[in-house]
Design a binder for this molecule. Structure first.
Ligand SMILES: CC(C)(COP(=O)(O)OP(=O)(O)OC[C@H]1O[C@@H](n2cnc3c(N)ncnc32)[C@H](O)[C@@H]1OP(=O)(O)O)[C@@H](O)C(=O)NCCC(=O)NCCS
Length: 216
């Protein structure tokens, strides 16, 4: 008797195929979070494992692996729908919005843009966050000379640009700077409403006006 040795079973073609199938299942399952492609690859390896089960005579294994494959295909379909890029006609909306904005306001770093007055000096500044190809968040909007129409001038410009390029504007109503604020939260909320923003103070959205869209 040979003690201390491990007998390696003979690896026929079918067993090798089964080993490959379950190894691939394990690999693709571990990589699933990286891309939907690994989910569909996992579905493929389940199908291989299912085939192995049936060929080997273990039909319950083959059946269950077949069902797993269908579940993975369904999951892949859902993920693929979610990560589908925006239709081409909408991909350049924010790009075009930005392009025109740069002819009116000057980039000042960190997503800030300053709005010059025709007569010299500045109306104020706006800081943006670019969320998606169709949405721009107004993160901050401020002027150093409040109550003289500068804020309205900047907001009107942004709304006109957003309408022209089919861009949705988003913001949170939070007064910024030192107290007392030039405009309270309630006054700001009413002001944004007058410019077409809707929603709550925590989240206001302005849908671009259909009639004036350029990108549609
Ligand atoms: C918000 C801000 C940019 C507005 O700019 P502004 O130049 O002061 O505003 P405007 O003079 O153009 O006035 C805007 C509107 O508010 C009204 N308004 C201005 N000050 C007001 C006040 N104290 N009370 C009531 N209404 C007031 C104006 O009548 C005008 O109304 P209209 O749209 O009917 O014409 C400016 O006040 C500011 O910098 N505030 C500090 C930063 C801040 O809180 N930003 C908002 C972040 S969400």
């Amino acid at each position: 008797m040979l003690q201390g040795t491990i007998a390696i079973p003979h690896l026929d073609r079918l067993t090798a195929f089964g080993l490959l199938a379950v190894s691939l299942m394990l690999l693709f399952y571990a990589l699933e979070e990286r891309s939907p492609s690994f989910v569909i690859a996992f579905a493929g390896s389940c199908l291989m494992a299912s085939l192995y089960g049936f060929l080997q005579g273990a039909w319950p294994f083959g059946l269950v692996e077949g069902v797993w494959s269908l579940v993975a295909i369904r999951r892949w379909h859902k993920l693929a729908m979610k990560t589908e890029p925006a239709p081409a006609q909408h991909q350049n909306n924010v790009h075009a919005f930005l392009g025109e904005l740069k002819t009116i306001a000057q980039p000042a770093g960190r997503g800030d843009y300053t709005f010059p007055k025709v007569e010299g000096g500045l109306h104020g500044s706006v800081q943006f966050i670019f969320d998606s190809p169709r949405t721009v968040t107004i993160h901050r909007l401020w002027t150093l000379q409040p109550g003289q129409g500068s804020g309205s001038q900047m907001l009107r410009t942004l709304c006109d640009l957003a309408d022209r390029h089919g861009v949705e504007l988003k913001l949170k109503v939070i007064p910024i700077g030192r107290k007392p604020y030039p405009m309270t939260r309630g006054q700001l909320f009413a002001w944004y409403q007058r410019h077409g923003f809707e929603g709550t103070r925590r989240k206001m959205i302005r849908t671009p006006r259909e009639a004036t869209h350029a990108g549609r």
